[in-house]
Design a protein around this ligand. Sequence first.
Ligand SMILES: [Zn+2]
Length: 419
Amino acid sequence: MKTLKAYKYRLKPNADQLVQINQHFGSVRFVKNWAIALRSRYYKIFGKSISSRRIQDQLVKKKSLPKWAWLNDVNSQSLLAALKDVDTAFTNFFKHGTKYPRFKKKYDSHQSYSAPQHVAVLDNQVKLPKIGLVRFVKHRELPEGKIKTCTISRNATGKFFISILLEKEVNDIIPCVITESETVAGDLGVKSFLTLSDGTVIPNPRFLQTSLEKLRKAQRLLSRMKKGSKRRAKQRIVVARLHEHVANARKDFHHKLTHYFAVKSHATTYVGEDLMVKNMIKNPKLSRHITDVGWGMFDVFMTYKMRENGKNYIKIDTFTPSSKECRMCHTKHTELKLSDRVFVCPACGHTEDRDLHAAINIKRFGLQQISEQVGITCGVKCSSRTKLSRSSVRARDVTTSLHRSPEAHARVGNPTWRE
Ligand SMILES: [Zn+2]
C-alpha cells in the first residue's frame, strides 16, 4: 500500500538564497494574480471559463516578451504549479462552493511556492531548482521514499520552511479487535481538555493560558498604535512571535497527548465524539474557547496516529445524548444546563461528575455502534430507546477489526498520561 505523508523542516537559507526564495514568492504571486484576473475577465466577456491549457500557453508566450523576462529567473515548474493552484481554487469555487479565489498580497504574512520536481535531499542540505543547496535543520530523519512535491514557505515571523511530500510503501496495518476492557472514551470539554471514561482528567495546558494572556495584551497595544508607524511594524512582529509560540505550544501538547493514546496507552480503541468543529465555531459563545483548545487538531492527529499504530478510533455522532442520558436508568435529563458541573438523574438520583458521566456514556454508545455494525456483542447493554444516528465509522475499520496485530499483543503495562 502506498501512502503520502508530508515532512516539514526549517530552512536556513544564506543571504543570496534568501533573495532568490523571496523572488520565487514574488513571481509565483504575480502569476497567480495574473491568472485569477484573466479568468475573471474571460468569464465576464464570454460567460464561460477559459481552459487551463490556454492559460498555460498564454504564460509561455508572455514569458518571451522583454517585459515579462524577469519570470525566467525563477523555476518555471513553480509557475506552472501556481497556475494549477488557481485552477483548483476555481474548480472548488464552482463545484464545492468555496470562496471565490482571492488575490495574493505582497504583505500577506504567509508566502509560499511549490517545486514539483528536481528536489533532492543530501544529508542536511536540500537541492532546490534554480537556487541550489540550501541548509535545513534535520530534526528527524527523512524516511526512504519518492519525493512527490515540495513547498517552500515563509511565516509571519520571517522563518523559512520546506514541506516535503513523500510517497512511501507501507505494509497493511490490521487494526486490533475491539474489546470493552481495552476501550477508553473521552469527553472533550472547555473547562478541562479531556475527561476519560476511566476517570483520568487531562487539564487544559496552563502555559497556554499565560501565553494567551500575553498575546491579548500585545494585541491591545498594537491596535492603539498609529497605522504605518515604525512602532506598529515592530509590534506586529512581537504579536506574530507570540502567535507562533502559542501555536507551537498547542501543537506540541496535541502531539504528546495523541502519541499517548496511539502508542503508550494500553487501550486499543478510543471513542470520541464527532464534533463537527466547523459548525460549532458558528456558535459565537463557544467559538473562542473551541479555537483556543484546538479540538480540530486533536481529531486530525488521532485519526492518522491511531491508524498507523493499528488502533481503532471511533467517533459517535454529535447528536448522541451522551451528556443528557442517565447511564444507569437511561432517562433523559432534558433540563441539564451547560453550567451544571454535576449530573444528578431526576429519575434514579444517580449523581456523578458531568464530564466523567458523559465519557462513560460515549464509551457505551461507541461500543454499541460497533456491535450493531459487526453483529458481535461487546457485552454492553444499551437502552432500546436510544436511537443512534448515522455512524461515522468507516466500513474498513469495522470489517478488519476482528484480527489483532502482533504489535498490540506485545504492548504491556499501562502508563498514565503525564504532560
Ligand atoms: Zn438515572
